[in-house]
Design a protein around this ligand. Sequence first.
Ligand code: SF4
Length: 409
Amino acid sequence: MNTADSESLARRLLAAGYVEDSLERADVAILNSCVVRQASEDRVYSKLHELKEWKTPQRTIAVTGCIVAKEGEQLKRRFPHLDAVVPIGDYEPFVGELEARYDYSNGEAMPRAGRTGISHFVRVIQGCDHNCTFCIVPRVRGREKHVPLANVVEECRHAVAEGAKEIVLLGQNVDDYHDPDERGGLAALVRAVQQISGIKRLRFMTSHPQDLEMELLEVMASSDVVCRELQLPVQSGDDTVLKRMARGYQTRHYRAIVERARTLMPDIGLVTDVIVGFPGESEAAYMNTRALVEELEFDVVHIAMYSPRPGTFAATRMDDDVPHDEKLRRLNDLLALSREIAARKTQRWIGREVEVLVEGRDELHRTYGRIRQGKRAIVLKGGAVEPGEIVNIRVMQATAGQLTGLPAA
Ligand code: SF4
């Protein structure tokens, strides 16, 4: 979501004549913030402290993103060197103020393919109608607003015509998407976007086990364009904890989705999020989560240690009763388990031919990209392959982080 917001503001600024440059050379620094976790919020504050040195009367510092809804103008009191607090999506007054201050008239419109020139991010839902007790998103992003299907398709068509190879449909809970003109949900949207002439890949995130339509899995399985990857946060493997989190599903629902997805797409990449140490998470409850992670063998598990987010139901109404050391122990235990599973699972790719959408060259000048199942891949001897092209490689090495291979003959 933050990537989509950054692209949207960048596009507006580039169209107004601004160009991107290093911090040292820039006149304007804009921080796009995420406050879903306390650590992310703390990083924004730490960056604002760092920028104090950089700030001069001629330079402008602005903050946008979720933190604006949470902290608002009081950020300026805390950081007197901060010039502007810009609400998400409400960029025009800010751009107007910049234009009154700086005169740049030779900028270039950003390609619709985005700054990478490969992927175009489209926010199809803003906000979230769920009320997970640990989450601050509904408070900072508001209730859901859905972009009409026809508008999304039109935007994607333009992006592809201007060079985008991949479309990424975004929503805090993208599975809840429904067209305000009643043309269907996410499955219908994915079906419409994948038909755009010239599109090479289509992804969507983040899914929600309560809202995911089984029809969507069928659309994915029957498509050569839609990526075989699901970002499906489970958060806990214990039904009592899920209830306290107000997630709206039980582990048996989650298992049923994974089973159906793997029946239709045996190779699907499965990414999940887990919170350990949620209020009331007993040792037995944690062991249920551990068992679920072991059973479902995710490709990637993002693990967070619970910390109360001020303003959430859990922070105000639940006792943060799992001691810090115990949370840390569970985090490290699950981390070790999920790494061991990922390393084992990833071996299945060795010797196989996979399709890589090339994104660029890394710091060692090696060609890299992503396979359809979401994994990063390095293309050895791929110097002749340009970003945006698709190349098939034979996998020679596989680690939890990436695959490495040579172009297939
Ligand atoms: Fe937050 Fe739950 Fe909405 Fe996800 S579904 S954004 S965790 S409230």
